[in-house]
Design a protein around this ligand. Structure first.
Ligand code: PMP
Length: 440
């Protein structure tokens, strides 16, 4: 598509980002350090954040919904986190030893997360999932892990199973240890039979893993009945049930999706909010499974596991989650945003709707449908999802209009009514601009 007025404006507003991208291209493949930041014609370079806002190198201000890829439910530069990290920084960030901090951090995980009898820290969600797979395999003596198509569990060789591109370098032997099932019917159920068939057919399944609210961050929700069904089937066959709570942990509720839906997995993977904005991950779950490490069935090292800096940020974040109204506030902001976005669709007569659980707010643009309380489409939908090009134009338009990011909004405890109003206004303006291109 030829350069649009939206893209012209994007260039006009972000000259320094464009310049930095030219330098970045010399250093990084695709010019970026995370696939999600890969954006044409160039990504925006941010300099600082405060609360629900952030600023780029050109001085533009944004209402922030990317929220550190879901880590920052407290907002940017929360004073308690800043103080905890500054204090810790001056005391040394890695004493190559155990610390009391890690015990407190794990105590909070156990207090909040229903399945957590024991905990083991890692540095990321990817690592946590990898460790959960190893634990399940060691515990059951079986090999295969069943996952669902398009459910994201980090970038490890195993977790990439089911992807359709960029799969070079992953041994086919590794992929052959994974079973990937689709989730037809929007996860509403009816596919438990397929899961059980795969389990029985293979007789070598160690674990079933699921993104607790669907690929990704709940954009395709999973019905709680399906989670309950998986819990029952896996228990019946002696298979480890893993809920990937990297996003949903401490967000879907204080105790994650498992508390919200009342489903207790054997293991869960945690990260993001767990680290209070610093790197951190964990596997939490049944002591007997996690004790594969104690029984010397598996080894686990990692220089930065439970490092004092991440632990101090994580403890501060989890204490605020445990004792405050962080989740209530983030959820309330999500509800207001959802309502506001839905009003826009109606007001300007663009087919689409906003849906999602709590602080995870999504839009389906182009599709007209009723949804249930989980965001699952009720009955028939009409229309078709917008094209990648339309999505791209909308994303640029939203950034031009001071909001990051248009399609998946993660709300934080610090989003104000003004932020929501500004976001809804920006969404309406951006959709109009995209409509002027004849794209919606
Ligand atoms: N699982 C899920 C559901 C995720 O959303 C992510 C990250 N977006 C991961 C695992 C991987 O976590 P990390 O980026 O910390 O490795």
């Amino acid at each position: 598509m030829a350069r649009t007025p939206i893209e012209d404006r994007y260039h006009e507003l972000h000259p320094k980002s464009a310049e930095l991208f030219e330098r970045a291209r010399l250093n990084f493949p695709k010019g970026v350090t995370h696939e999600a930041r890969n954006m044409a014609p160039f990504p925006i370079y941010m300099t600082r954040g405060q609360g629900s806002h952030k600023w780029d190198v050109d001085g533009n201000e944004y209402v922030e919904y990317n929220t550190g890829h879901g880590s920052m439910i407290l907002g940017q530069a929360h004073p308690a986190i800043v103080a905890a990290v500054q204090e810790r920084m001056a005391l040394g960030t890695h004493l190559s030893a155990s610390s009391e901090l890690e015990i407190r951090w794990a105590d909070l995980v156990k207090q909040l997360i229903p399945c957590a009898e024991k905990v083991r820290f890692t540095s990321s969600g990817t690592e946590a999932v990898m460790m959960a797979f190893r634990m399940a395999r060691a515990y059951t003596g079986r090999t295969k892990v069943l996952k669902f198509f398009d459910h994201f569990h980090g970038w490890s060789d195993y977790a990439n199973a089911g992807n359709v591109k960029s799969m070079d370098g992953i041994p086919k032997e590794t992929l052959s240890t994974m079973i990937v099932l689709g989730l037809p019917n929007n996860g509403r159920g009816g596919d438990l039979d397929a899961v059980e068939k795969a389990i029985v057919g293979s007789s070598d399944v160690a674990a079933v893993i699921i993104e607790s609210t669907g690929a990704h961050m709940g954009s395709t929700p999973v019905h709680p009945d399906f989670l309950h069904g998986l819990r029952e089937v896996t228990a019946r066959h002696g298979i480890v049930f893993i809920m990937d709570e990297v996003v949903t942990g401490f967000r879907a509720s204080k105790g994650g999706a498992q508390e919200l839906f009342g489903v207790t997995p054997d293991l869960c993977a945690l990260a993001k909010i767990l680290g209070g904005g610093l790197p951190g991950g964990a596997v939490a779950g049944k002591a007997d499974i996690i004790n594969v490490i104690e029984r010397e069935q598996m080894l686990h090292q990692g220089t930065f596991n439970a490092n004092p800096l991440s632990a101090s940020a994580g403890i501060t974040a989890l204490e605020l989650v445990a004792t405050g109204d962080v989740n209530e506030k983030a959820d309330a902001a999500g509800a207001k945003l959802k309502a506001g976005l839905n009003e826009v669709f109606t007001r300007i007569e663009v087919p689409g709707h906003s849906y999602g659980i709590g602080s995870m707010v999504h839009t389906r643009i182009g599709i007209e449908a009723g949804v249930d309380q989980w965001g699952i489409i009720r009955g028939q939908s009409t229309g078709a999802a917008i094209s990648a090009e339309t999505d791209h134009q909308l994303k640029m338009a939203m950034l031009n209009n001071g909001v990051d990011t248009p399609r998946r909004f993660l709300t934080m405890a610090v989003h104000t009514d003004d932020d929501i109003a500004q976001t809804v206004e920006a969404f309406e303006k951006s959709l109009q601009e995209v409509r002027e291109l004849g794209l919606v």
